[in-house]
Write a protein that binds this ligand. Structure first.
Ligand SMILES: [Ca+2]
Ligand SMILES: [Ca+2]
Length: 92
C-alpha cells in the first residue's frame, strides 16, 4: 500500500513537471541521481528507453553518450556513472 501511494505521488509530480507547472528554477540544487532515474523510468523496468529519455529535454540530447554499452537503454549504473561526470545530466 505504501508503495502504491508513493507511486501515485511520484506519478503526479512527474505529470506536473512535464506540464511545466514548476517551470525552470535556476536556483534549485541538483536532484539526487536516484530520484531523476526513477522519474525518467516511467514504466518502472529499471532502465530508461530512448522514448522515456525524450521526456527530458537535456537527457534526450545526451542519451547516446550515457548509454555506454549502446543497447538502447540507460541502466541505473550507466545513469549513475554519467551523473558523476556531468553537472547537468537532466533538465530537472
Ligand atoms: Ca523504463
Ligand atoms: Ca545501456
Amino acid at each position: 500500500m505504501d508503495k502504491f501511494v508513493f507511486a501515485a505521488i511520484a506519478g503526479t509530480a512527474t505529470l506536473l513537471a512535464s506540464a511545466g507547472a514548476f517551470g525552470d528554477d535556476p536556483g534549485k540544487g541538483r536532484i539526487a541521481a536516484a530520484d531523476s532515474f526513477n522519474d525518467l523510468d516511467r514504466n518502472g523496468d529499471h532502465r530508461i528507453s530512448r522514448s522515456e529519455a525524450g521526456f527530458d529535454r537535456l537527457f534526450s540530447q545526451t542519451f547516446a553518450e550515457v548509454d555506454a554499452d549502446g543497447d538502447g537503454f540507460v541502466s541505473a549504473a550507466e545513469f549513475a556513472a554519467a551523473e558523476k561526470t556531468r553537472t547537468n545530466l537532466t533538465a530537472r
